[in-house]
Design a protein around this ligand. Structure first.
Ligand code: AMP
Ligand code: ZN
Length: 137
């Protein structure tokens, strides 16, 4: 289950070299080539799924367990002060490589990065409207 033109399929399969932090039958964890901070890494499933919407539940569960394990290891070894997990789906959300991946981003008190958003100020009516829209109730 791979896609011929997909660079992350090739990296996950070991056909393109990468700085690998972890590998098993289903996943490879690599250092990001354009890191936000020291140690920024990516969890890649070895099978090709475009994004979260295509990822089977069983893989999704394993991604989170692996993310937790990697975060603990990186915190211990890199002495980071915090940690972001991030996962982008579709261009509107900043996805640039269309093979599911989870970002593991160690954070340091003085790293100078801003990973966030400008908070809105919705009123109660607006929040209630959205709640109804999503739940259908
Ligand atoms: P996203 O914007 O969520 O799709 O993230 C794609 C990430 O992949 C970016 O952080 C890139 O720096 C990273 N990236 C792209 N190509 C490579 C590559 N060949 N090896 C390692 N990281 C890569
Ligand atoms: Zn792929």
């Amino acid at each position: 289950m791979r896609e011929e033109s997909c660079i992350f399929c090739k990296i996950a399969a070991g056909e393109i070299p990468s700085k690998t932090l972890y590998e098993d039958e289903e996943f490879r964890v690599i250092l990001d080539l354009g890191p936000a901070t020291k140690g920024h890494a990516l969890i890649l499933p070895k099978d090709h799924y475009r994004d979260l919407f295509e990822l089977p539940d069983e893989k999704a569960a394993k991604v989170m367990v692996l993310a937790k394990k990697m975060a603990a290891q990186m915190r211990e070894k890199l002495h980071c002060d915090g940690f972001n997990l991030m996962q982008n789906n579709e261009e509107a959300a900043g996805q640039t490589v269309f093979h599911f991946h989870m970002h593991l981003i160690p954070r340091y008190n003085d790293d100078g990065q801003t990973i966030g958003w400008k908070p809105g100020k919705p009123g109660d009516a607006e929040l209630e409207e959205i709640r109804k829209e999503v739940t259908g109730k």
